[in-house]
Design a binder for this molecule. Structure first.
Ligand SMILES: Nc1ncnc2c1ncn2[C@@H]1O[C@H](COP(=O)(O)OP(=O)(O)O)[C@@H](O)[C@H]1O
Ligand SMILES: O=P(O)(O)OC[C@H]1O[C@](O)(COP(=O)(O)O)[C@@H](O)[C@@H]1O
Ligand SMILES: [Mg+2]
Length: 328
């Protein structure tokens, strides 16, 4: 029988995402509700290795549901990728009497969690948090909705200046391997063309669509480029390539960068964080481990961490079709 859980540690790791604070809050308050002790780990896996812990009570997480970032801080820890690093982390957890761990982060965080569980049989539940939405088995990851809203707001502003000057804007958005932000913000902000990591359309298709836009009477254009798109050129090289063959375009490049990861979480992300935080603690007290709590059709689901990490997420062809039709 699984050991009874009395004390849970929670950490945030990898790229921060709006809604992480709301998720920590939900974990801490669920512990309080079920009379469990809760420990916050600062700076993700690096803080776990260094024993940078603090006891948290329901009142420790007041006034954070609306805050971006993560008050527990995050890190990218190279040391945790080593067996020695993970052994140190395990020692710190057992010294502190912790029985289980909630990790809030993305695919890297889940990979680290899997290794840790395999090596020490330590109960772990993951909460998917990354603006990229690149986790398998959950309809949404924390921070994605907020990031999308930030991107659309930014592109709306760029559109004002693009149309005033009849300019062509190339706008880079985040998404190393997943084009969810680019495709959805591209449709939502009315982009003429969207370049995604999931498709290698070649530069010719972009040139063709620019040609079409011009012929159909468009005077300004917006192209959304995911940072991981596959043309083999970065956004500045793409702009250079277009300007060499089409001197008539007045081109500007805008890289939105880390503003996409900041800001107050949307209501959607706050509610999602609350559901997943409660779900994570309840999963642990039910004896579950090595799973991610995600959402599917609004319901909390349990997904094995291995499945969450699979890279076979289906690309939304229907959404691509909608983008093509609405940009005519
Ligand atoms: N292969 C791995 N083995 C052990 N730990 C890992 C591994 N990959 C990532 N991690 C840990 O998880 C942390 C977060 O992963 P990272 O890829 O940076 O962000 P994210 O979780 O947002 O994808 C890393 O800094 C590292 O400490
Ligand atoms: O924190 P850094 O090093 O600036 O990372 C940038 C990357 O982080 C992200 O915002 C989130 O990715 P992860 O959740 O995998 O960390 C990516 O879109 C972007 O490529
Ligand atoms: Mg990642």
């Amino acid at each position: 029988m699984a050991k009874k859980i009395n004390k849970i540690a929670v950490l945030t790791s990898g790229g921060d995402a709006p809604g992480m604070n709301a998720a920590i809050r939900a974990v801490v308050r669920s512990c309080s509700y079920y009379n469990l002790e809760c420990v916050g780990v600062y700076r993700g896996y690096q803080g776990l290795i260094e024993g940078d812990f603090e006891d948290l009570t329901a009142r420790s997480v007041r006034n954070i549901i609306n805050k971006g970032g993560t008050f527990l801080k995050s890190s990218r820890s190279e040391e945790f990728k080593t067996e020695e690093g993970r052994a140190k982390a395990h020692e710190k957890l057992t010294d502190a009497g912790v029985d289980a761990l909630v990790v809030i982060g993305g695919d890297g965080t889940f990979t680290g969690g899997l290794y840790f569980n395999r090596e020490f049989d330590f109960p772990i539940v993951g909460i998917p948090a990354t603006i990229d939405n690149d986790i398998n088995g959950t309809d949404y990851t924390l921070g994605y909705d907020t990031a999308l809203n930030t991107v659309v707001e930014a592109i709306d502003k760029i559109r004002d200046t693009a149309s005033s000057h009849n300019r062509l804007f190339l706008i880079e958005v985040m998404g190393r391997d997943a084009g969810d932000i680019a495709l959805n913000s591209g449709i939502g902000a009315g982009a003429e063309e969207i370049l995604l990591p999931e498709e290698d359309q070649g530069i010719q298709r972009m040139m063709d669509s620019l040609e079409k836009s011009k012929k159909s009477g468009k005077t300004s254009s917006i192209i959304v480029v995911a940072e991981g798109e596959k043309s083999g050129k970065n956004i500045f090289q793409l702009a250079e390539f277009i300007s060499q063959s089409h001197k008539e375009y007045d081109i500007r490049v805008s890289v939105l960068g880390h503003i996409q990861r900041g800001g107050s979480p949307s209501c959607f992300d706050r509610v999602l964080a609350s559901k997943l935080g409660v779900g994570a603690v309840e999963a642990l007290t039910d004896g579950k481990t090595n799973i991610m709590v995600g959402v599917h059709h609004q319901k909390v689901v349990h997904v094995p961490l291995e499945t969450a990490l699979k890279e076979d997420r289906e690309f939304d062809q229907e959404l691509r079709r909608v983008a093509n039709i609405t940009s005519v």
